[in-house]
Design a protein around this ligand. Structure first.
Ligand SMILES: [Zn+2]
Length: 484
């Protein structure tokens, strides 16, 4: 690989206007095992490999990729990237665009893997998924559909740059999910759990699919047969669990702080952003309890990397500090466009033939420290006179500047006088981003982070993002609920 990367770089590095070349060898092994109502359902295995060459010439990028890993193909790919960079440099951009500086690194890194799923017997893995799937609809006529799956994505990247980086990374992502749909007199209700981290098969054991199967069965039946509807047009206190909080962060903090959206270079799926550069450092995004931090360095989480796909070392980056908006997610070029000295390390490509773009990796609401806040959800509920506690994501809708949103949760509870009094279904709530985050009235010291392997960006060549979000159980005030 090293020799071929050298040859590719040497074939263009003496050209007039050459600034930088990055060569990224990628191979990905994937495996999905799915069961539906006890039967195998669309399981698959795949392997892909290839090399991308990204070239900087006259302050513009060129990109080309191939899955042919012979010498001639790699050199001609480098030359194609070179031609595209020259063509891109001819497009007037109104300003000189340089790259934020980054040291070079020679490193080899792998996430911790105790048990490699690709070295295990297929049947052993399949039977664990099937057993959990069967349990989720056993001994009841009410669960009419149920699915369970496990998936692994073994990403191997070898990154070289013409200025001297040589970085090898293995990022093995493991996920499992289980869902049940129960049908009662008022129609179907779905309950689902999905767990996604980086590591090995030991994570699937830790996820405890049998326990999750019991939970989705019990709660889908409870939702379909006993739960009351969320009160209509109810304005009051809302507590979100870390999983639903994660969606809130993803949609109302994550996407609007992707700097390419802010600057108008990207608008697909999640739109642009109301968090424009004039607001950096002075926007009151939330109240003083709100501290949101990006951190891809946390081991074991989905979105954990040591370096991004332009060789930038991952680090902690504050996004909101005591309620004030203080940071964006950037790559090297966009960081430089707003005068920041370093990239935040968010440049990621889904596969070898994808152009690296700004992607979320891990963005979380910080839990209080010391003896601030509440110990856990029980303490937070005990402190709540009247309100609704919403758990896990069901659906969402948000405008394309990321200001006005409406979300719903799978299940929830009515709280009265500090106690849970009944189970609720069809909980929906609505808010305006800074008002909502400005209404936080309680956080627990206990917190959870959850992986989400399904963020879409980059159309027309859609790329999937693998991210983690979470934080404490969080209480909001004066929230408009019962919209649906
Ligand atoms: Zn997304």
């Amino acid at each position: 690989m090293e020799d071929y990367a050298d040859l590719a770089i040497k074939s263009i590095s003496d050209n007039q206007g050459f600034q930088l070349a990055q060569v990224r060898f990628v191979n990905i092994r994937q495996e999905n095992i799915n069961y539906r109502m006890g039967l195998p359902f669309q399981s698959n295995r795949s392997f892909s490999q290839g090399v991308a060459v990204r070239v900087r010439a006259n302050n513009a990028w060129g990109f080309a990729a191939t899955n042919l890993l012979d010498k001639e193909s790699i050199i001609s790919t480098a030359k194609n990237a070179w031609k595209i960079a020259l063509a891109s440099a001819n497009v007037p951009r109104g300003q000189q665009v340089t790259l934020a500086e980054e040291p070079t690194y020679k490193d080899e890194y792998s996430v911790r893997i105790d048990k490699d799923p690709f070295k295990m017997d297929f049947e052993e893995k399949a039977s664990i998924v099937q057993d959990a799937n069967k349990l989720s609809f056993s001994e009841t006529d009410l669960v009419r559909d149920s699915m369970a799956s496990y998936n692994a994505r073994d990403l191997n990247i070898h990154f070289f740059s013409s200025d001297g980086s040589d970085i090898k990374q293995r990022i093995l992502m493991i996920g499992a999910d289980i869902s049940a749909i129960a049908v009662g007199t008022e129609g179907p209700q779905r309950r689902a759990m999905d767990m996604n981290m980086t590591g090995g098969w030991e994570l699937v054991e830790q996820f405890d699919l049998m326990k999750q199967a019991e939970l989705v069965k019990r709660e889908s039946i409870e939702l379909a047969t006993k739960a009351e509807k969320c009160p209509k047009d109810y304005k009051g206190t809302l507590i979100l669990d870390p999983w639903q909080l994660g969606l809130q962060i993803h949609e109302s903090t994550g996407h609007p702080t992707e700097l390419d959206r802010v600057l108008g270079y990207e608008a697909d799926f999640a739109g642009t952003s109301w968090m424009t550069t004039d607001k950096l450092g002075n926007l009151q995004y939330g109240n003083e309890l709100v501290n949101i931090t990006q951190d891809a360095t946390i081991p074991g989480i989905l979105g954990h990397i040591k370096y991004d796909d332009e060789g930038v070392l991952a680090r902690r980056v504050p996004i909101v500090k005591e309620g004030i908006f203080v940071g964006y997610q950037t790559d090297r070029e966009h960081a430089s466009l707003i005068g920041q000295e370093r990239s935040t390390g968010n440049s990621r490509a889904d596969n070898y033939n994808d152009v690296p773009i700004i992607r979320m990796n891990s963005m979380n609401l910080d839990a209080p420290t010391g003896d601030e806040g509440f110990k856990d959800i029980d303490e937070l509920i005990a402190d709540t006179k009247d309100g609704i506690y919403g758990i896990r994501y069901k659906s969402h809708s948000i405008d394309d500047k990321r200001l006005n949103f409406q979300f719903s949760t799978q299940i929830g509870y009515k709280i009265e006088k500090g106690e849970i009094v009944k189970t609720l279904k069809n909980i929906s709530y609505q808010g305006i981003t800074p008002e909502f985050w400005g209404s936080v009235s309680g956080l627990t010291r206990e917190f959870e982070l959850h992986g989400h392997p399904n963020c879409g960006k980059g159309a027309p060549n859609m790329q999937t993002g693998y991210v983690t979000h979470g934080g404490p159980w969080t209480r909001f005030e004066n929230v408009h609920m019962g919209i649906a």
